[in-house]
Design a binder for this molecule. Structure first.
Ligand code: SF4
Ligand code: SF4
Ligand code: FES
Length: 247
């Protein structure tokens, strides 16, 4: 049964199981996010989506992407405390990935002064593990939950935490689909294609690209095709033609 709650003083309805972030989106209330995506389960890593919730006499700050809506609660998404905490969190993210356009434009929207950063940026070189990574975990979750492969994961704790391939060696389970690359908000997973080969540098993985039988364009890796046949039972001849030629 639908529940009633208030969001920034306005009464809204929510379905059981909906998070506050989903309710906000449904009612046109903007809450910034960096680690949330409809494609994967929430993880609560960036904390940028925090909001203030009052339940009875208790008020606390929660992360809206994992907090479930409840009958009668009052939610504020824009208090002074929320706005300044988000700004500080955003500055921390920017220090990890100072060049990211997506982060910079979100920071501007949150009122961060880009010209006078309060935190020194990380100075990892592009070849070092962790360069520009904000540990949002989107790549790990997409690989596991959407692609169904689980080729990469987190290693270490605290400041040494990293997203890596197992033992920081070649990711043997990776099929080279590139989903982690597309979902990464800071573009820090380096993928390149040349002469029929796709390389994903971060996972030390190299793949042969297959050319479409109709148009000749490279469209998938050999391992992606093998994965489609094995996991979806797709007939082999269908996997040799690219999406555009099939439709
Ligand atoms: S490219 Fe590899 S690591 Fe990235 S999502 Fe695909 S299978 Fe997972
Ligand atoms: S590599 Fe990209 S997607 Fe993965 S955790 Fe780091 S920032 Fe997020
Ligand atoms: S979007 Fe909720 S913690 Fe990142």
């Amino acid at each position: 049964m639908a529940m009633k709650l208030t969001m920034n003083g306005r009464e809204v309805t929510a379905e059981p199981g909906q998070t506050l972030l989903e309710v906000a989106e449904e009612h046109g209330v903007w809450i910034p996010t960096l680690c949330a995506s409809e494609a994967v389960r929430p993880y609560g890593a960036c904390r940028l989506c925090l909001v203030e919730v009052t339940k009875g006499k208790k008020t606390r700050i929660v992360t809206s992407c994992v907090y479930l809506a409840a009958e009668g609660i009052s939610v504020r998404t824009d208090t002074e405390e929320i706005v300044s905490t988000r700004r500080m969190l955003m500055e921390l993210e920017l220090a990890s990935s100072p060049g990211s356009e997506a982060l910079r434009s979100l920071a501007v929207r949150l009122g961060v002064d880009l010209e006078n950063p309060r935190l020194a940026p990380d100075d990892l070189s592009p070849d070092e593990p962790g360069h520009d990574c904000i540990l949002c975990g989107l790549c790990v979750r997409v690989c596991r939950e959407v692609v169904g492969v689980n080729a990469i994961g987190f290693a270490n704790r605290g400041p040494q935490r990293l997203v890596v391939s197992p033992f920081q060696d070649k990711a043997s389970l990776c099929i080279g689909c590139g989903s982690c690359v597309y979902v990464c908000p800071t573009n820090c997973i380096r993928m390149e294609e040349q002469k029929g080969v796709r390389i994903i540098h971060n996972w030390k993985a190299k793949f042969k690209l297959i050319a479409c039988k109709e148009c000749g364009n490279h469209f998938a890796t050999d391992k992606e095709i093998a994965h489609l046949i094995e996991s979806c039972g797709m007939p082999e001849q269908k996997t040799r033609i690219c999406h555009s030629c099939r439709t």
